[in-house]
Design a protein around this ligand. Structure first.
Ligand code: ADP
Ligand code: ADP
Length: 230
């Protein structure tokens, strides 16, 4: 099956820079959930951007189902490992077109169903033009949280094997984080999920937690093993 296997992954932002990823190893089995936990500057977003192929690593391998991701056709791997970067891009077009990028030809019914899943449907219904609302720099500006949900809806539309969520609750009020994260994980059911986080929200839902500091995995284990509770 399509397990994700990361080995000795390295990346730095310049030859004079320190390693942002300094030999990361991790595994994500189908249907499982892992968290990558670490303080600011640990390399979490860099890891997400390499897995989502916004950046090329300087060394190491990422395999999906035993095949290097670089050996897959670009559009196939983009659908297979999909997710939401920390600052998701919104294109200057309608909401419908923003969503359909992930799956050209999908119906409005499918779009509404995925918008319900990420709890964005109500906001979109409240907009004067619904799915035809123009967003991006020439249209309605979306809040950080809405941009994030839109990007998640887009990711889910491609029915990914691996879903990468980079700090999905940063834009939310602390009191709604637990609930929203539970919703997101529920929406993500069926995909193996890699959650990037700097706080403890939702960690008890994870099968394994990798703690990274300065681009290295310094600890890993179950929630009970790492935090001594169940
Ligand atoms: P985290 O997401 O855990 O906060 P990052 O992946 O953003 O960590 O950063 C890891 C390291 O890489 C940090 O030392 C950070 O300063 C550096 N870094 C991140 N983005 C850039 C960039 N665009 N240019 C140069 N250095 C960067
Ligand atoms: P252009 O219309 O010039 O092509 P884009 O719409 O692609 O510009 O967006 C330009 C920048 O603004 C991007 O960095 C994007 O992430 C940001 N952006 C786009 N749409 C929104 C939005 N609705 N709300 C906030 N920022 C946005």
């Amino acid at each position: 099956d399509l397990a994700l296997k990361v080995r000795d992954l390295r990346m730095r932002y310049g030859t004079d820079e320190p390693w942002a990823l300094d030999g990361i190893d991790l595994d994500l089995e189908p249907g499982r959930r892992i968290a990558v936990l670490g303080p600011s500057g640990a390399g979490k977003s860099t890891l997400a951007s390499v897995l989502l192929r916004f950046r090329d690593p300087d060394g190491g391998t990422v395999e999906l189902g035993g095949t290097a991701i670089t050996a897959y056709p670009a559009d196939e791997i983009r659908r297979a490992i999909s997710g939401v970067p920390q600052d998701p891009h919104v294109f200057a077009s309608t909401l419908r077109e923003n969503l359909r990028l992930a799956r050209p030809g999908c119906t409005d019914e499918e779009l509404w169903s995925v918008l319900e899943r990420v709890r964005l449907a109500e906001d979109v219904r409240a907009m004067p033009s619904g799915l035809d609302t123009e967003v991006g720099s020439h249209g309605t500006r979306l809040s950080g949280g809405m941009r994030h949900r839109l990007a998640l809806a887009r990711a889910l539309l491609s029915a990914p094997r691996i879903l990468v969520l980079d700090e999905p609750t940063t834009h939310l009020d602390p009191e709604t984080r637990d609930v929203v994260l539970a919703d997101l994980l529920d929406a993500a059911r069926g995909c193996a999920t890699l959650l990037i986080t700097h706080d403890l929200t939702g960690l008890s839902e994870m099968d394994r937690i990798y703690v990274i500091v300065a681009g290295r995995v310094v600890q890993q284990g179950s929630h009970a093993e790492l935090l001594g509770t169940e």
